[in-house]
Design a protein around this ligand. Structure first.
Ligand code: ZN
Length: 390
């Protein structure tokens, strides 16, 4: 590896970094332009390991989100524990090869009984202990999780498995009452919440606002993560601004998922997309909302391409959202870890020497092109992809 630690960029300063005993021993300011940028090893707060690598089995997919849901439900009828485990393990190995230390995978749960993927991914999480922190969040239709009879039974199983409670919320009937039942269940078992919410372009969608109001009511600041909120991109500016301010006050965080939104939103056969569906990241952060980034779907009907590489997710988000790379690295590292309820990694003297380096004088240069040289260091040791991806 030609990237060395004598002149690296940490937070906009050029420094020399020394390591000892698997920890950062010293960070010394030094002169001249950096040869590489450094960040803590990344985490991804929003993946779907149960669905991954199914795209080749789904030859016909109707356009848009609900076409993808229909396709995955048909494929899921044939899922076995071995099939889910094998595909998900391939995803985790790829994630590890890109430096990931932790991830949260959603798990579809569409019937009252636990799906085969729930236990298969528990086994996977156990098998990767020490190499990857794997959190499981259930993705249940709101109508099912918010059902007074079925919701409590599902919540108990999720709590028993140490999971995160979550559901799909979009323009449901009786939405507020159902969402409130979900919050009560989370409170009863002390679970964090993670929602797929307003993943569409209806300006009337109010799921996000309802979740924000419930977060405030049940004092769950810092324990509620929303994903998507695409509708914020099409709501009147003042209306969206009110929702974002309320989210900041309530302590609701938001994951933006650029690949899946760019792929599915405003999708109509033979017509170029005009509306891209990304929640307004600048405005959210300016309002005080923690905004994080996730890879979401990889090689499934929701996004047929993709990879388990947060740096690529950041690169795409910078293009799609006009973001300044250096200001948004935390969306795939420190902020993302906090959103998952994990300790925030940092590059500081005494901290674990776990870092990702990318060649370049600054983040703009580091993200200019894909396949720029990288170096991954775990506990002071270089990672070799062949060894770790096994
Ligand atoms: Zn998702």
């Amino acid at each position: 590896m030609s990237i060395d630690l004598s002149r690296i960029d940490i937070g906009g300063r050029t420094v020399a970094l020394t390591m000892a005993g698997g920890r950062i021993a010293a960070i010394t300011p030094t002169a001249g332009p950096a040869t590489a940028v450094a960040m803590p090893l990344p985490v991804d707060p929003h993946l779907h390991l149960d669905k991954t690598f199914t795209i080749r089995r789904c030859p016909t997919i109707k356009p848009g989100l609900f076409g993808a849901i229909e396709a995955i439900r048909a494929d899921a009828e044939g899922w076995t524990a071995a099939d889910v485990y094998e595909r998900a393990a391939r995803g985790v190995a790829e994630a590890r090869s890109h430096g990931l230390t932790a991830l949260r995978t959603h798990v579809d749960w569409v019937q009252p009984a636990a799906p085969v993927a729930w236990n298969a991914l528990a086994d996977l999480a156990t098998d990767w202990t020490g190499r990857m922190t794997i959190q499981r969040a259930v993705l249940v239709p709101l109508d099912l999780l918010g059902d007074p009879e079925e919701g409590p039974k599902i919540a108990r199983q999720v709590a028993d498995g140490g999971g995160v409670l979550g559901c799909f919320v979009y323009c449901n009937d009786d939405l507020a009452a159902k969402v409130e039942r979900v919050f009560r269940l989370a409170g009863q078992y002390g679970m964090m919440l993670d929602f797929h919410v307003d993943e569409g372009l209806s300006a009337d969608a109010c799921g996000f606002d309802t979740i924000v109001a419930m977060t405030a009511k049940y004092a769950m600041a810092g324990r509620v993560l929303c994903g998507h909120a695409c509708s914020l991109s099409v709501r009147p500016a003042e209306d969206a601004a009110r929702a974002m301010d309320a989210a900041a006050r309530a302590g609701v965080m938001l994951t933006v998922l650029p690949t899946t939104n760019l792929h599915l939103q405003d999708m109509q056969p033979g017509r170029s997309p005009r509306l891209r569906g990304l929640a307004p990241m600048h405005e959210l952060r300016a309002a005080g909302v923690t905004v994080v980034l996730g890879a979401d779907n990889v090689a499934d009907p929701f996004y047929p391409r993709g990879c388990y590489d947060p740096v690529e997710t950041l690169r795409l988000a910078c293009l799609a959202g006009h973001l300044e790379p250096a200001e948004w690295v935390r969306a795939i590292s420190t902020d993302a870890a906090r959103a998952m309820g994990l300790p925030e990694p940092e590059l500081a003297v005494g901290a674990a020497a776990d870092l990702l380096l990318i060649a370049g004088a600054d983040w703009g240069e580091a993200l200019r092109a894909p396949h720029t040289e990288r170096r991954i260091i775990r506990a002071g040791q270089n990672q070799t992809i062949a060894k770790d991806a096994a």
